[in-house]
Design a protein around this ligand. Structure first.
Ligand SMILES: Nc1ncnc2c1ncn2[C@@H]1O[C@H](COP(=O)(O)OP(=O)(O)OP(=O)(O)O)[C@@H](O)[C@H]1O
Length: 882
């Protein structure tokens, strides 16, 4: 039978894309039939059989790598639009035998890829180290011979088809599974489907007759690559390792949230625009020249040189260097950034959502003691809560132990409440794990007080526990809620504790007799330094909003302690009655969202993103995973559970929240630098494209010789490398920095035209100086003058246009040095002895004055245009803020 199952599983390996996972064969059967098909039982596999199957199927290695693999990273780096463009141009240069250009372009491609790969490799190594802390085990039922099955924690690699596993909230689904039992199970399977909405799963005995359109919609199946958000389950392993659906469905772009980062989008648009420039300007120049002056063999190399000249070749290199520099700076501060583009998102971040417990509070909850229903000290509720906590801690995955349960157990133990083993002891307790949607946890304990009884202990959020106490008179309920409210206003939060007798036989948990016993009072201290860090963050133009599962009054009190202005309190249950726009507006104004379940937290984040904000989410718990994944940037605290860390984009290496400010500074500076480079490169290249076209029409010869175009290009590119060299960090500035394509395009056209005006002025001047371009040296003199004017105007543009962004970014010294060097080269190069070989001719003295006048005139116009642009930017900033 096991052999047959093996055949049913194998086709997935040979036909990964056939749309039907091999495991769907047994998966379409009833629970019992599926167990039989895999030669298993509800009690799991015998140890020996499991070992045999492990040898036959191999290890179950299906969990995602911390980052994409090396090959995929190389492919992604090469697929970058500019790198691809450069590779294409290098190929064209090689075909026409222009080996110098091929070598330069090839070196640029290699450098850009190497830089990007090195940094991503470093981040992946750091992540691998961190992932060693993430639990990678599964709870598996295995039998030794005919003995009772034992629930054992095994490394996920050892799972085999036919194994029976248990799942609880926070677990990564370790293989493709068929549910045998499920309670309140919801999964996040966005890594497989791209859908961020959680999905409900149930252990239906017979799958619906008409197969769902996708196996991911089948109600009774769970696939490797998804994460359990709530509930618990027992399931049969259908497929492991490469036989799972994960291998086929796991594609790079689908693991992370869909859509590219703002910087990537901006750069792609710039790349497209440059390709369009080239595609239009180069053939137009060649056509104009041919029409007016006839075809010449030198037109082809000129066309290639012009195409190379119009491409900002250093774009990938500069962007990788700038982002890598930002990420290296953050690493020194103890922050791990998963992928370079996240630095760009950090620059644009304008709303930061914060989880409360464990994120804004120290994570060590102080247990103040038990209270009876009147609010008087009574240790009984604490003792029962601690016994339930102990059962949960013993049954659960140690990596996912709730800090609250640990605190309850330690406090009760220290108070001597657990010294006496009776009345509660013996037997294996049934545990209802904590679920952030239900907001309570429970355990059925065996009690020995004279006879044997079974007692259900439920502890959790007061409203949730009260709802499960059917016999509670209305006035007692109101009094209990009033007590909770009073304690919350004083900064304490209460956990309600209730008990119910259980029938002797049967395993189903019976809530019907649940009786409220009392409360446990807790206090969470604000995280040291959090108030100052949050004040600093809101001073940098980031709206802060708290999303918590806790009681509104407790959360409000903490916000007061931290100095966070709360505009309005919204309960999670109210969200359904609000439109997305209303939710986003409330969050952006600093609303506090309390009693939110994990999906409600994610819904607020999604509403903010749809309203156009760049949203960060800082969290630590399993209940934060959907929001971490929905956000543009997920931040995980150092104490975060494995699932939260695995899905975060940035890992804060220490509890100090001031690190967030440093992350924003690095992001804003990175985006500002990339924007500065794009502005100058695009405007100068656009200016050159227009001037070449004008030159093709106005001049009786080629506007520039191919070698001159390449030389000028190499000089300008080398000068722009200074952009990658950081000056001193200047702090985050007062507002987010975005790469706005519209503004970038207007800038490039405006300043590009200004550049062309100077060029055309030079054409007119040189026409006069050379007597209508007559004489043998006219062409050489014109080329010298235009080469010098080009480099001199670019030298002026470098520092003048560098700092025009929201971030306070002054040109660093290397930019000044590069500008000076460019100016010197512009004047000297044509005059050097080899200048004649490149087609330059010495300028007559009479040309120097007009040339200087053109450059000076350009400088004056440039400063005036810069001033105008700044005024427009300030006006635009005010308009957006208002
Ligand atoms: N282990 C637990 N056992 C029983 N009840 C719990 C447990 N953990 C939390 N609760 C209750 O459920 C409520 C919601 O918990 P949840 O984890 O969603 O949010 P939180 O920890 O209060 O806040 P945050 O969302 O800011 O982390 C808590 O306020 C508490 O009353």
């Amino acid at each position: 039978m096991a052999e047959r199952a093996a055949h049913q599983l194998r086709p997935a390996r040979s036909r990964p894309d056939d749309g039907v996972p091999a495991a769907l064969g047994p998966a379409r059967l009833s629970r019992l039939q599926a167990l039989r098909a895999l030669d298993s039982t509800p009690r799991g596999l015998p140890e020996q059989e499991a070992e045999d199957r492990l040898a036959r199927y191999g290890e179950n290695t299906v969990l995602p790598e911390p980052g994409p693999g090396r090959l995929r990273r190389i492919r992604t780096a090469l697929a970058d639009p500019f790198t691809a463009l450069l590779t294409g141009l290098a190929a064209v240069c090689a075909v026409i035998g222009s080996w110098g250009s091929t070598a330069i372009l090839g070196a640029l491609v290699a450098a850009a890829c190497a830089l990007r790969l090195t940094d991503e490799h470093r981040a992946a190594t750091a992540l691998t180290a961190l992932r060693a802390l993430v639990p990678t085990t599964a709870t598996v039922l295995r039998r030794a011979g005919e003995a009772e099955p034992l629930a054992r924690e095994l490394p996920v690699e050892q799972l085999v088809p036919g194994d029976v596993v248990r799942l609880t909230a926070g677990d990564a689904v370790p293989a493709d599974l068929r549910l045998l039992r499920a309670e309140g199970l919801t999964l996040d399977q966005s890594a497989l489907t791209g859908e961020s909405e959680p999905v409900h799963r149930a252990a239906v005995d017979l799958p619906p007759p008409a197969a769902a359109s996708s196996p991911f919609e089948e109600p009774h199946l769970c696939f490797a690559g998804s994460t359990v958000i709530t509930g618990s389950a027992t399931a049969l392993v259908l497929a492991t390792g490469t036989g799972t659906r994960f291998g086929a469905a796991h594609r790079p772009g689908r693991v992370r949230r869909p859509g590219r980062s703002a910087v990537e989008r901006g750069v792609r648009r710039a790349a497209r625009a440059m390709i369009l420039f080239m595609a239009a300007a180069v053939p137009a120049t060649v056509a104009a020249d041919t029409l007016l002056h006839g075809w010449s063999a030198s037109l082809l190399p000129f066309a290639v040189a012009a195409a190379v000249g119009l491409t900002p070749e250093l774009l990938p290199l500069v962007i990788s260097a700038v982002l890598a520099r930002g990420s290296a700076g953050l690493r020194r501060d103890g922050l791990v950034v998963r992928q370079l583009p996240v630095i760009g998102e950090l620059g644009a971040l304008d709303v930061l959502c914060l989880d409360k417990t464990g994120t804004l509070t120290s994570g060590e909850t102080a247990v103040l003691g038990g209270l009876d229903l009147a609010g008087e000290p009574d240790q009984e509720p604490l003792r029962w809560a601690a016994l339930a906590a102990e059962a949960a801690l013993l049954a659960g995955d140690p990596g996912l132990a709730a800090p609250l349960d640990e605190a309850l157990l330690v406090t009760a133990d220290q108070a001597g409440l657990l010294d006496d083993p009776g009345p509660a002891a013996g037997g294996t307790p049934v545990v209802l794990p904590f679920d952030p949607v239900r907001r309570y946890a429970g355990a059925v304990l065996s009690v020995r007080d004279g006879g044997h009884r079974r007692l259900l202990v439920v502890k959790g959020a007061p409203e949730a526990v009260l709802d499960r106490c059917p016999g509670l008179p209305e006035e007692q309920r109101a009094a209990a809620l009033a007590l909770v409210e009073r304690q919350a206003a004083a900064g304490r939060r209460l956990l309600a504790v209730a008990l119910a007798e259980q029938p002797k036989l049967g395993t189903a948990v019976d809530f019907s007799g649940l009786r409220l016993l009392g409360f446990v009072a807790l206090r969470d201290e604000p995280l040291a330094g959090a108030a100052a860090a949050l004040a600093e963050l809101s001073g940098t133009g980031v709206a802060l909003t708290v999303l918590t599962g806790d009681h509104p009054s407790t959360a409000l009190r903490l916000c007061e302690q931290l100095g966070l202005a709360v505009d309005r309190v919204v309960a999670g249950s109210e969200l359904a009655g609000l439109t997305e726009a209303e939710v986003a507006a409330a969050a952006a104004r600093g609303a506090l969202f309390a009693r939110c379940d994990p999906e409600q937290k994610a819904a607020v984040v999604r509403a903010l993103r749809r309203a156009g904000h760049t949203v960060g989410f800082l969290g630590d718990g399993v209940n934060d995973v959907p929001a971490l994944r929905a956000a543009d940037i997920g931040f995980a605290t150092p104490g975060a559970v494995g699932a939260a860390r695995a899905w975060a984009d940035v890992l804060l290496g220490g509890t100090d929240l001031a690190r967030l400010g440093r992350a924003l500074s690095a992001g804003r500076e990175g985006v500002a630098r990339v924007a500065a480079y794009l502005r100058i490169a695009l405007s100068c290249n656009l200016g050159n494209a227009i001037s070449m076209l004008a030159g093709g029409v106005l001049l009786p010869f080629l506007p520039m010789l191919p070698a001159q175009v390449l030389l000028q290009n190499v000089c300008f590119d080398a000068a722009q490398l200074s952009f990658a060299v950081s000056g001193r960090a200047t702090g985050p500035g007062s507002r987010p920095v975005r790469l706005r394509w519209g503004a970038l395009a207007v800038f490039a056209v405006g300043f590009g035209l200004l550049n062309s005006v100077a060029d055309v002025a030079l054409f007119v001047v040189m026409r006069r100086v050379t007597g209508g371009f007559a004489g043998p040296d006219a062409e050489g003199m014109f080329h010298t003058a235009w080469f010098s004017e080009n480099l001199l105007t670019q030298a002026l543009a470098l520092p003048a246009l560098y700092g025009l962004t929201g971030a306070r970014l002054r040109p660093p010294r290397p930019v000044w040095c590069a500008a000076a060097a460019l100016a010197v080269l512009g004047v000297l190069l044509p005059e050097l002895p080899f200048g004649a070989h490149l087609g330059f001719a010495a300028l007559p003295v009479g040309a120097v004055g007009p040339l200087a006048l053109v450059v000076l005139g350009y400088g004056v116009l440039l400063l005036a245009a810069r001033r105008l642009w700044r005024l427009l930017a300030i006006w635009d900033g005010r308009r957006q803020a208002g």
